[in-house]
Design a protein around this ligand. Structure first.
Ligand code: SF4
Length: 327
């Protein structure tokens, strides 16, 4: 990671609203973060906290007839939110790409895996048919798919879940993007394959200056791959810290709750975990004050009345909690 260079991507006060039958819902509500060249940034939180909507908003993948994104998303000095749909299409897949959770929903079932990767190479890298196919096979080899020449000619349903995820990674990386969003890249896979995919992503990342935004609810994956972590709750950033201080000394009770819910194997051979009580609030009926207060074990009177400000402390940490403000 190179923090002496300007950030590769800066998200500033991003708000994404969905127009629903019951009213307007801010799924992302004033989110700020930076990612630097070569860095892996973890975006964590439970399902429904706004992590995936944040990624989809940055990539402008939400349907504009149902969702509106405001704020600034500065990538290489330009605001992505001001770009034409055509320009954005060219950036997606070449400079910024995304690895989705379930490859079957993003791979086209009626094209072979190889045809899909080669098409991307022809479009973005302007390679001819032969060169695009050569590079496709190379990419499948790079992501450790056995017999890549044969697999390139197969349809997605012929591949196992783990192999489809590898093909998806090959497709996301084939045009050498400088920024990759990986949205729960291992959730749909069994534990052994999950570990293989994480090892693979880690390995591919090490050989390049690519930045990765890793979206997950799995803090084990974050501990292995990320350098810095942004924690989201109810559409907002509630804490940000480098990975080691965050794991050793989380400041926000929500972060602490997430860390306590990692399963721990005890001496008696039993697995223990403590879940955060309650559920993520309905965005149409947000609690007053701190949105985490109905679930927080440290709740105080002020928490139910006023939303806590974001407090910056130490060199590169921040948290939005009245306890941090008091400190
Ligand atoms: Fe808990 Fe209050 Fe901090 Fe919210 S502001 S996380 S309710 S202590």
């Amino acid at each position: 990671m190179n923090r002496s260079e300007p950030p590769l991507l800066s998200v500033r006060n991003m708000i994404t609203s969905f127009h629903t039958h019951d009213g307007i819902v801010n799924a992302v509500n004033g989110v700020d973060f930076d990612i630097f060249p070569g860095e892996t940034l973890g975006l964590v939180g439970e399902s429904g906290c706004g992590k995936s909507v944040t990624a989809m908003s940055v990539l402008r993948l939400l349907n504009p007839s149902t969702a509106t994104t405001l704020g600034e998303v500065i990538f290489k000095g330009k605001n992505l939110l001001d770009m034409t749909p055509e320009k954005m299409r060219m950036i997606r897949g070449s400079e910024i790409s995304m690895i989705f959770q379930e490859p079957m929903t993003s791979l086209n079932p009626i094209l072979t895996v190889g045809e899909q990767i080669a098409e991307s190479l022809r479009l973005h890298e302007k390679l001819d048919q032969e060169k695009a196919w050569e590079k496709t096979v190379q990419m499948l080899k790079l992501v450790q798919i056995p017999s890549p020449e044969i697999r390139a000619g197969q349809y997605p349903h012929k591949l196992s879940g783990g192999m489809r995820q590898r093909a998806m990674i090959a497709m996301a990386l084939c045009c050498n993007p400088c920024l990759v969003f990986a949205d729960e890249p291992t959730t749909a896979l069994d534990v052994t394959i999950q570990a293989q995919i994480i090892r693979l992503l880690d390995h591919l990342k090490k050989g390049s200056n690519m930045s990765v935004i890793l979206i997950t609810h799995d803090l084990g994956v974050i501990a292995r791959m990320a350098a810095r972590v942004v924690v989201m709750y109810a559409g907002k950033v509630v804490e940000e810290a480098p990975v080691v201080p965050l794991f050793h000394d989380p400041k926000h009770p929500y972060t602490r709750g997430l860390l306590n819910s990692i399963p721990v194997l005890k001496n008696d051979g039993q697995t223990r975990l403590t879940e955060i009580p309650g559920i993520v609030p309905n965005l149409l009926h947000m609690p007053r004050g701190c949105s985490f207060h109905p679930r927080c074990s440290r709740v105080m009177d002020i928490c139910t009345k006023k939303s806590p400000p974001m407090v910056h402390f130490m060199e590169n940490r921040r948290a939005a909690c009245w306890l941090v403000s008091d400190e």
